[in-house]
Design a protein around this ligand. Structure first.
Ligand SMILES: [Zn+2]
Length: 302
């Protein structure tokens, strides 16, 4: 996890989950805390070598790979933790993630792993979208829901720390069906990012890019393609059950889902495409013989 300087104040540690850092006088804010203590320690060790201060932590959203190391930072560096509302509630009660992924049932033990549930931590300050001046840090918190309910990207000193609002171009192809909770919100968030102009952007997963708008556009296209794929599956197989649509898309995209936790992440993402098609009025859904069924909506009067 090598430290790269972006400009006079901003840094990125590129890894499977990127970590941001912004230095301001005798304060320094880490952006996202990696998955666990050992991962975030690689970051703080390099900051300490350069005598850079560690006083704050901003958590963009409540996925364990972004806040798992927060408890360590709180205990060892007494950082002030800032996080979006709602996401903060999940960070405080992390069992909520395996719970929502498991359709609200008490999660099986195998779902209570570090990839879905980090150590609980109290957030000191919760924020929503807006412009903030907090302890000398001057930043724009940009609501980017769609990947997580109230994810906030951070615009600071000319850099966008984009959280998981978009993925790097290689990374999106690797994920195949990226995790989202709403495709409409995901696309709206990306369209909104296009209206800002930053010198460069750091996604949660993928490289820092100056010309990031091209990657944002590729992400929008990718989600639209998947939406179309789901529509075509329904057209081909209708009436088709939720379970079969999930299986068809996972097969078509050749994803690897040999564990329950991975399957549940894909199931949520596929459902996000279905809810978008329902909201657009393209498909109908109903319960038949205790199965959630889908078919193409017939044109009225046709
Ligand atoms: Zn995430």
């Amino acid at each position: 996890m090598k430290m790269q300087q972006i400009n006079s104040n901003n840094y990125v540690f590129e890894s499977s989950v990127n970590i941001g850092y912004v230095h301001e006088g005798n304060q320094g804010i880490i952006i996202d805390a990696a998955i666990d203590k050992s991962a975030i320690r690689k970051v703080v060790r390099q900051l300490e070598e350069k005598n850079l201060p560690i006083t704050h932590l901003f958590i963009t959203h409540a996925h364990a790979d972004h806040y798992g190391g927060a408890k360590y930072l709180k205990e060892s560096y007494k950082v002030k933790i800032i996080a979006p509302t709602l996401e903060a509630a999940i960070i405080k009660h992390p069992v909520l993630e395996p719970t929502y992924l498991f359709s609200g049932n008490d999660p099986l033990d195998e779902l209570r792993n570090k990839f879905l549930e980090g150590p609980p931590i109290e957030v000191d300050l919760t924020i929503d979208e807006g412009h903030y001046e907090i302890d000398g840090f001057n930043f724009e918190a940009i609501a980017t829901p769609g990947h997580s309910y109230n994810q906030l990207a951070l615009g600071i000193n000319g850099t966008l720390f984009a959280a998981d609002s978009y993925f790097g171009q290689k990374e999106i192809l690797k994920h195949k069906i990226p995790y989202i909770t709403s495709v409409d919100k995901t696309i709206n968030s990306l369209e909104k990012l296009k209206s800002y102009s930053f010198d460069g952007s750091v996604p949660g997963h993928g490289p820092y890019e100056e010309d990031y708008l091209n990657t944002v556009e590729k992400n929008i296209e990718y989600h639209k393609e998947l939406l179309h794929k789901v529509y075509c599956i329904i057209q081909d197989k209708q009436p088709v059950s939720h379970e079969d649509i999930v299986a068809e898309l996972c097969e078509a995209m050749k994803v690897k889902a040999d564990q329950l936790s991975m399957f549940l992440l894909f199931r949520t993402a596929v459902t996000a495409y279905l809810t978008a098609l329902i909201n657009k009025g393209n498909i109908e859904h109903y319960i038949q013989q205790f199965r959630w069924m889908f078919k193409i909506k017939e044109e009225e009067g046709a």
